[in-house]
Design a protein around this ligand. Sequence first.
Ligand SMILES: Nc1ncnc2c1ncn2[C@@H]1O[C@H](COP(=O)(O)OP(=O)(O)OP(=O)(O)O)[C@@H](O)[C@H]1O
Ligand SMILES: [Mg+2]
Length: 399
Amino acid sequence: MNENIPPRLQKENLGIVPNTTKPPIDLAKTIKNDTTKSQLKHNNDDHPHQAQQQPPQQPKKEQQAEVVTKRKPVNNGIAPDDDDDIDLGGYQKISKIGEGTYGIVYKGRQKLTNKIVALKKIRLAFSEGIPVTAMREIAILKEMKHHNVIGLTDLVQKDTYVYIVSDYLDMDLRRYMNDVGRKGMTPDHIKSYMHQLLCGLQYCHSHRVLHRDLKPQNLLIDRHGKLIIADLGLSRVFGVPMRTYTHQIITLWYRPPEILLGANFYSTAVDMWSVGCIFAEMMTLRPIFPGDSQIDELFRIFQLLGTPNEEYWPGVSALPDFSHTFPCWKRKNLLEDFQKYRGFNELRTLFNPEQTEVSLSYAFDLLQQLLEYDPCFRLSAKKAAEHPYFYTDITKIKF
Ligand SMILES: Nc1ncnc2c1ncn2[C@@H]1O[C@H](COP(=O)(O)OP(=O)(O)OP(=O)(O)O)[C@@H](O)[C@H]1O
Ligand SMILES: [Mg+2]
């Protein structure tokens, strides 16, 4: 144990901020057949721990059902990773696209219109269906209409799962950066993606909707250069589980210092920190704070931006996980530090030589204001979208 580190931030206490919901109850393990919502509601045997307490010679109905389901021949080949729910109301699964924090994402088809959609399967963490509060949140999300925010088309409930139906897009920004590299991420691309991201976020924030899990995987792009924010509000509706569906630890790389230090409030500034991290990553082609635990994440931030103190961030020492024994790192110059990234040096060569210095100084001024420690002084989406970085050459902006 390191005495400089508060107990909650010790390496072994990996994972996410403490002010989140409990990990979901594994209802799916005990109920795999077509149990209706009302059955779920009235059947107290649903809980897996209770199920385990039953004597083995008297298997419960649900356990028998699970055995039967497992023996059943698997689907007709459309979605090989799933057994019994290829048909979902008016939708049909086509193939699995990926999996993340909340569950599996499928490419699907709306039967009536043949429209291709994305179906995000989420295991419900609630034993009595979707709570009213979550339904209210979903209703708000359904109302959100902006060309840089994903449209939530529908919601289909099946057993203990809910499928969120949304627009389908070609690719996410993480894969794009990995696959295409610098030639697909020129100064113009960065400017356009940043502007679209800020416009979408400004719209969300003006409707009092926070994202709270912005990262390149949640920014979808199409072949025409359009960027769309996905998975909006999901963490608030369904709670952030400790681990992803595939048991990886949720990425902390885009999480702001106030949350890492245990603040139990969320403001729009939370998303703006993530925007700063994404902006830096587009410039360097590497995540700038790739921490593998909460404390590692914090220390990586401190090493670049200096260990925060009351002078630069009034109130920081009152945050639950702040420690006066944190090592004292001095702030580095971002522009100088970024020269250690090959991706950044490649980027420099792509600027118009006469404008390199001016363009970079605007870019770094914006970045610094996004990676501002004090959430009260961190740039808002509206202010960031108006930053001179975007207006040195207005023709580069894609609307
Ligand atoms: N609407 C969509 N259209 C096309 N692909 C999508 C869509 N939604 C998600 N995907 C793809 O599926 C992958 C997995 O999505 P998912 O949202 O489950 O995980 P994630 O984005 O990695 O993490 P998180 O669950 O925290 O958002 C995404 O990274 C993306 O590539
Ligand atoms: Mg996602």
